[in-house]
Design a protein around this ligand. Structure first.
Ligand SMILES: [Zn+2]
Length: 422
């Protein structure tokens, strides 16, 4: 396994700098012909030509077909070869794992959910490694040599410290003992380990690179929270930043697993909702949306009230976008969002803004109402974000990384890269 390179433009030759700049420009501006690339980069056409030839030869870019022209010969454009590298994201949950593979655009190549109950033992890690190997084997479209690594995310705070990276506070079954080095022993590919909520925030930031400040509510089996400040995921001094799930939202005396009482977790997790309704999530929503069950509607109303209390507190702190995602997100309707905004804005001088027209992006399964953004990725958003950490670090080799992350980057993440490959 190669160690991740410490790379900067300072120790590259001019020739290499040109090649890296060209790749980064093509990554950000697909389908441009050589002439336009030459203008954008202020490089001669012959320099562009030789570097295009080299990037094509290396498989980093592909011709993207003849472009429309206003006259004369049609020019060929170039795009990155998105399958040149891929990355695996694994979300470890209490009862199952979600595995996904993404390409260099961070787009999903394949995804699978496998029943694999979490255990704090070596046998679990062995089964996890076999499950990931089987996933790779089941997807011949994944070139095993091109996989940058395996990025794991878990319900628990992860302290990122190189080989000492560990779960410092776990939400499922004693996983505080889990360390990256223990996991790595079972994998040939380099592994990284992340907090599930922060991985979800990284995924959301990838899809919305314009977001400056945001709070993410991961409405999963357990609630997760993460903050985005100044266009970067916030980790905090001890990686405990953004624990929205432990904000107090009521006074009923419900005990939270953190030791405190009446946290958002006690009222707005999938677990809490299913406990209250005594129904699985899909059956609860089916029953609640029909007029015949006022008792379920009352449960849902209380759920929205508790969620709005947390949103109100968080919004006062971050003054930014509120992102709702996770297992519950696919069940939320525009009417729910409208009600959440109304509840949040009651007696609140610092109200959420409401755009006059609601934007529904069907293609990306998102709904935005002013400050409120519903991202319908269910809990797979965690695996997606974990995998995108690796893609982002690889793109950093070319200074083409869409996200600047202070903790998870080329300096801290090991990638499966032969020496001098880039
Ligand atoms: Zn708590």
């Amino acid at each position: 396994m190669a160690t991740s390179p410490v790379l900067s433009f300072n120790n590259l030759s001019i020739k290499e700098i040109n090649r890296h700049k060209l790749f980064a420009t093509i990554y950000r501006n697909p389908n441009l012909p050589k002439l336009r690339l030459s203008q954008l980069l202020d490089m001669s056409l012959s320099t562009i030509d030789s570097n295009v030839k080299r990037l094509l030869h290396e498989g980093l870019i592909v011709p993207s077909g003849p472009l429309e022209s206003t006259g004369g010969r049609k020019a060929t454009g170039y795009s990155i070869n998105a399958r040149h590298k891929s990355a695996l994201g694994v979300f470890i949950r209490a009862e199952s794992v979600i595995i996904c593979a993404v390409d260099l655009n961070g787009a999903l190549i394949a995804q699978s959910e496998v029943n694999l109950p979490y255990r704090q033992d070596e046998a679990f890690l062995e089964r996890l490694a076999l499950t990931v190997s089987a996933f790779i084997g089941d997807h011949p479209e994944l070139n095993a040599h091109s996989i940058l690594g395996v990025s794991l995310a878990i319900q628990g705070i992860v302290t990122l410290d190189g080989a000492n990276t560990r779960v410092s506070y776990g939400q499922i079954l004693d996983n505080q003992q889990l360390t990256l080095s223990a996991i790595q022993r079972y994998f040939k590919l380099p592994c990284t380990l992340h907090h599930d909520s922060k991985a979800a925030a990284f995924a959301a930031l990838w899809e919305h690179p314009q977001i400056e400040n945001a709070a993410l509510f991961l409405l999963n089996e357990n609630v997760g929270g993460a903050l985005i400040f100044n266009n970067t995921v916030h980790y905090g001094n001890a990686f405990q930043g953004g624990l929205i799930e432990h904000l107090k939202v009521d006074h009923l005396g419900l005990k939270c697993y953190c030791g405190d009482f009446d946290c958002l977790e006690c009222y707005c997790s999938k677990h809490a909702l299913e406990q209250q309704a005594q129904l699985p999530l899909n059956q609860f929503f089916a029953a609640m949306r029909s007029v015949a069950h006022p008792e379920y509607q009352a449960i849902w109303q209380r759920y929205l009230e508790h969620l709005s209390i947390a949103i109100r507190q968080v919004h006062k702190l971050i003054d930014g976008t509120i992102i709702l995602t996770g297992a519950l997100a696919p069940y939320l309707t525009q009417a729910d969002l409208q009600q959440l905004v109304a509840l949040t804005n009651e007696h609140n001088a610092f109200a959420l803004t409401q755009s006059s027209s609601m934007l529904t992006q069907v293609g990306t399964h998102e709904t935005q109402m002013g400050d409120l953004l519903l991202s319908v990725n269910d809990d797979s958003i965690v695996a997606l974000g974990a995998a995108r950490y690796l893609i982002n670090a690889y793109l950093e080799c070319f200074e083409a990384n869409p996200i600047t992350d202070p903790k998870c980057n080329l300096m801290s993440i090991q990638l499966n890269l032969p020496e001098n490959e880039y």
